[in-house]
Design a protein around this ligand. Structure first.
Ligand SMILES: [Zn+2]
Length: 514
């Protein structure tokens, strides 16, 4: 049984889609006024993984990520640069898409609706709220009347009284300080659209209520976003959509933890364990990654790390937990991923076929159909079940990756124990191929092992590096033959220091650059 943690009920609930066999997911996307930083990749990678896993589990999944292309920040940026708002939006949307493409996410997003493409629908939705008595016009603005929606606060678990203490700013045009703008009248030189309330532009919250309904229906399955969006953005979405349609906006509200600069929350590079209290929004907000904390543009990060390494890093912890960000942490996690790459090379060499073309099952079959003919197949089946259990339990990618490491160790040990690399007896190859195929099948549900890791573009210098390392390996082998273990160790350790890992296999030494 698949279970999903729902922010609305604060419990894990059994996953049941609105329409049998189909799942609709809406994820709040970026406001496109600056280039993306790594914080912008967290939600897309997590919800892309959730889509992959649900697809593997037999559902037809639609994933929508919206683009906020009209907003105060965009207008300010456009004025600073002296170019139209739409030019800023186009440039930053292209940057966002290029990054999603590099991360293997763009292809799995079914639509990227933009606010400015839905102005007519936004005006109609707003008018409906006025007609139903949930919104009012005031001097060219339209506000949502929070006092009219009795369930306001149910998602963020707040009451209007408790919010009073938070000192929401009063505005003369509003009935209550908590009322929020659905439509904002145009100030001079601002981009604007005609409406029955005069020239203006939509507020932020209304676009998500409108576009999610347009693309997924009045009630859909999963609404996702960062924990910082629960209030007020998602609370306001609930108020708008449910007042307008008189039915739940979605079944499950899923919120991912925020990315924090590691120095803000603990020692750099250390794996920090969080207590339950530390996972609350206030502490996460304090260390949240944003431009102001010096997060570099994501496109620059891609020059330093393989996209798969970043993906592996983002999925290594549970999605509801905050993610401690530092380059050291990514490097550390990357070393773990390299052990899978080394296995893939070892596998290729042994079997003469590429790990990356193994025909992995694309759809889950419960209760491993493969009769466990050998002890290896038996433990592979056990790891498979453990992996699926972890993912079924609120998409615990961190736990699932832990199982992949266990499976990897088992496969490497099998090769060692059956001396596959030195003996001519190849009858053990079949169970190994089965195990590797399952490893790839499970990895693919997390968006991993889709293709061989990209090498750097600089092929000729790579070749030279390879030859130099091979030379050092030969010198080390000779040193060992002459019982000069001190020299052998120095070569190994010095290579390790500069990021070259050696691994001794029967009859040869393999190397990887981390
Ligand atoms: Zn939204």
């Amino acid at each position: 049984m698949m279970r999903v943690y729902n922010t609305l009920t604060k419990t894990k609930e059994e996953f049941k889609p609105v329409q049998s066999g189909k799942v609709g997911i809406y994820l709040c996307g970026p406001t496109v006024y600056k280039p993306s930083h790594i914080g912008h990749m967290v939600g897309p990678v997590i919800f892309d993984t959730i889509k992959r896993y649900l697809t593997y589990s037999g559902y037809v999944v639609k994933l929508i990520i919206n683009i906020t292309d009209v907003d105060d920040k965009l207008i300010t940026e456009a004025n600073t640069r002296g170019i139209p708002m739409a030019a800023v939006a186009d440039e930053m949307t292209a940057d966002y898409w290029r990054n999603l493409e590099a991360m293997g996410v763009k292809e799995s997003v079914d639509a990227f609706p933009k606010a400015t493409e839905h102005i007519g629908n936004i005006i109609n939705f707003t008018q409906k709220l006025i007609d139903k008595g949930f919104a009012y016009e005031s001097d060219g603005d339209v506000y949502y009347d929070v006092g009219k929606f009795s369930e306001y606060g149910k998602l963020s678990h707040r009451t209007l009284e408790s919010m009073l203490g938070e000192g929401g700013g009063t505005a003369e045009r509003k009935h209550s300080p908590f009322d929020f703008a659905l439509w904002k009248s145009a100030k001079p030189n601002e981009p604007s659209w005609d409406s029955q309330w005069g020239k203006g532009r939509p507020g932020w919250h209304i676009e998500c209520s409108v576009m999610s309904c347009e693309l997924l229906g009045e009630t859909f399955d999963i609404h996702g976003g960062g924990l910082d969006l629960v209030f007020p953005h998602h609370e306001n979405e609930v108020a708008q959509s449910e007042a307008c349609h008189g039915k739940p906006m979605c079944t499950y509200w899923m919120h991912n933890g925020l990315m924090q600069a590691s120095s803000e929350v603990g020692k750099v590079g250390g794996r920090k364990t969080h207590s339950a209290e530390e996972d609350n929004l206030e502490s996460q907000e304090a260390g949240k990654i944003s431009k102001s904390k010096g997060a570099s543009a994501f496109r620059d990060m891609l020059k330093q790390f393989k996209p798969e390494t970043i993906r592996f890093f983002l999925l290594s912890s549970h999605y509801r937990r905050p993610i401690d960000f530092s380059f050291e942490r990514i490097e550390e996690v990357g070393k773990g991923l390299e052990t899978f790459y080394r296995f893939a090379k070892r596998f290729d060499k042994l079997t003469g076929q590429s790990f990356y073309v193994l025909e992995a099952a694309k759809v889950r079959t419960d209760g491993d159909k493969v009769k466990a003919q050998t002890p290896l197949c038996e433990s592979v089946a056990e790891y498979r079940t453990k992996f699926l259990d972890a993912m079924d339990d609120d998409f615990n990618t961190g736990g699932a990756i832990g199982v992949l490491f266990d499976l990897l160790r088992t496969l490497n040990k099998f090769i060692d124990d059956s001396k596959l690399e030195t003996t001519a007896d190849k009858k053990s190859i079949a169970p190994l191929i089965h195990g590797a195929t399952v490893l790839r099948e499970l990895g693919l549900t997390l968006g991993l092992f889709r293709e061989p890791p990209q090498e750097s573009d600089n092929t000729s210098s790579n070749e030279l590096v390879g030859k130099l390392i091979q030379l050092l390996i030969e010198m080390r082998t000779n040193a060992k033959k002459n019982k000069d273990f001190a020299t052998a160790d120095i070569i190994r350790n010095k290579l390790n220091e500069i990021g070259v890992t050696l691994e001794d296999r029967p009859g040869e030494t393999m190397w990887t650059i981390t």
